[in-house]
Ligand binder design. Structure first.
Ligand code: PGA
Length: 252
């Protein structure tokens, strides 16, 4: 990561925020952003697709960017129930998450589809947050670094660069469980991702690498200090304005 890159703290709201809760959360973040102009990180929230437009309006004029949680690989057409990257952009998004493990597992998304979605995001002018991470069985079997290599090689477009892509390392077993890898394990994974990106992708050396999986106000500071950790992708703790804000304030 180059010296000048600011960390990115991204909130993944998942399928939450109904009954006005998402809008209230956006209002609370807008208030905090207005009162704190000196944060040392960039901020992003990824609401469900139905809320992107309204959340973008609430947060317009604040430093908090908006992202989608997934997009279809095609730019448009007969795809009932799907949302394209351009539609996300039209609604106010500047980012989109692709390849989250919940998509990989629940919707059987493989690396080549994830890469096609990242290419679609780039085509629509969105920054793609490309998620990778090993399962518990893979970690216990000593396969973590091999899995990360395979996912990076398969999911990251060859033309990706820091201008259009972010990697999120999210061990599947750490998502929503309250368990996190040790600092040494995070250090090892991020160093490996950095090296693999630098070796395999021309513009890979400067791509930001986020850590995700049970980041909370108590552990954020230590995780964000790890070499090559360029920010965090936060699920559960991003649903509470105070917790999300404390994590943002943990950036060095
Ligand atoms: P978590 O989710 O912070 O609730 O573990 C992270 C994610 O899935 O992006």
């Amino acid at each position: 990561m180059s010296e000048v890159a600011r960390p990115l703290i991204a909130g993944n709201w998942k399928m939450n925020g109904q009954d006005g809760e998402g809008l209230a959360l956006a209002e609370a973040l807008a208030q905090r952003a207005a009162a704190n102009s000196k944060l040392a990180c960039d901020l992003l929230v990824c609401p469900p697709a139905t809320l992107i437009g309204q959340v973008a309006q609430i947060l317009s004029g604040t430093p908090v960017a908006i992202g989608g949680q997934d997009c279809h690989p095609e730019p448009g057409g007969a795809h009932t129930g799907d949302v394209s990257a351009a539609m996300m952009r039209d609604a106010g998004a500047g980012f989109v998450i692709v390849g989250h493990s919940e998509r990989r597992t629940n919707h059987a998304e493989g690396d080549s589809l994830v890469r096609a979605k990242a290419v679609a995001a780039h085509g629509a002018g969105l920054k793609a947050i490309i998620c990778i991470g090993e399962t518990e069985v893979e970690r216990d079997g000593g396969k973590t670094l091999d899995v990360l290599t395979r996912q990076l090689q398969g999911s990251v477009p060859q033309a990706a660069s820091a201008a259009d892509s972010v990697i999120a390392y999210e061990p599947v077993w750490a998502i929503g469980t309250g368990r996190t890898p040790s600092i040494d394990e995070i250090t090892e994974a991020h160093a490996h991702i950095r090296k693999t990106l630098g070796d395999g992708i021309a513009g890979g050396a400067d791509i930001l690498i986020l850590y995700g999986g049970s980041v909370n106000p108590a552990n954020a500071r230590d995780i964000l200090k790890v070499n090559q950790v360029g920010g965090a992708l936060v699920g559960g703790a991003s649903l509470k304005a105070d917790d999300f804000w404390t994590i943002c304030e943990s950036c060095r």
